[in-house]
Design a protein around this ligand. Structure first.
Ligand code: ZN
Length: 242
């Protein structure tokens, strides 16, 4: 089986469709998402509708939680707050209900999913280094935990005998007896200097995990954001992936 894995869609329908198109081409038949379906971008309702069509296991992110009022609005910076307010006005009750249905953590196909950190799923902590990831290893029983939140791809592995190390590889195999924390990067607002949408493909037959970057029409999304009156900073950053 091939699994499509992604995170942080952020209401960017063009990026979501591009990623799903690529993952389907590559043979994905099921999907995992680590949250933040909404926030920042112009198409929250359409992204939720698209996600609901998929054979998908998803967890909630801090922006999903912010839209529901479950994470206080004071947690967010000014542009994120502005986008959350605009998102609330664009969703009908049924779509809000979908966001409310998302758990903070999930387990599927041997993977743990959480938006921020497995040690404190509702506190939205960032795991940015091998050291931070190593501290998280005790908080999940599966071999691999997939996270999001930072919008930066990261792979940390700890083999038998340790210690945990970050790997800079586009492609790697999940090895038996080894634990991993994998940040899936971001579909809708990458922040690693590469503006293309980010996703992963996992092949359960071979154990191979591969990052993919997918181009999409950034200009079209920026035009929609400006037309919707979303903060210019949020539109501009999509072009340089920072
Ligand atoms: Zn996010």
């Amino acid at each position: 089986m091939k699994l499509g894995i992604f995170s942080d869609v952020h209401s960017n329908l063009e990026a979501l469709n591009a990623v799903l198109g690529r993952l389907e081409e590559l043979g994905a038949t099921e999907y995992l998402c680590c949250g933040d379906i909404v926030g920042y971008g112009p198409d929250p309702a359409a992204c939720i509708r698209r996600m609901r069509q998929l054979p998908l296991t998803a967890v909630a992110g801090n922006h999903d939680s912010g839209v529901l009022g479950l994470t206080p609005i004071s947690f967010f910076n000014a542009v994120a707050r502005e986008a959350i307010h605009r998102t609330i006005g664009r969703l009908v009750e049924d779509e809000i209900g979908y966001l409310r249905s998302l758990p903070l953590t999930a387990e599927r196909a041997g993977f743990r999913l959480v938006h921020g950190s497995p040690s404190a799923p509702g506190e939205w902590r960032y795991v940015l280094s091998a050291r931070a990831a190593e501290e998280e290893l005790a908080y999940f029983s599966e071999a691999t935990c997939i996270i999001g939140h930072s919008h930066r791809p990261l792979v940390v592995r700890r083999g038998p005998g340790g210690p945990a190390r970050a790997m800079r590889r586009q492609e790697f195999d999940l090895e038996p007896g080894t634990k991993y924390v994998v940040n899936a990067g971001s579909v809708g607002q990458p922040r690693d200097g590469d503006a293309r949408a980010c996703c992963l493909l996992f092949d359960s037959d071979t154990g191979a995990m591969t990052f993919h970057r997918v181009s999409y029409d950034v200009g079209a999304v920026q035009r929609k954001m400006r037309a919707a009156g979303l903060p210019e900073f949020l539109a501009a950053r999509l072009a340089d992936g920072r």
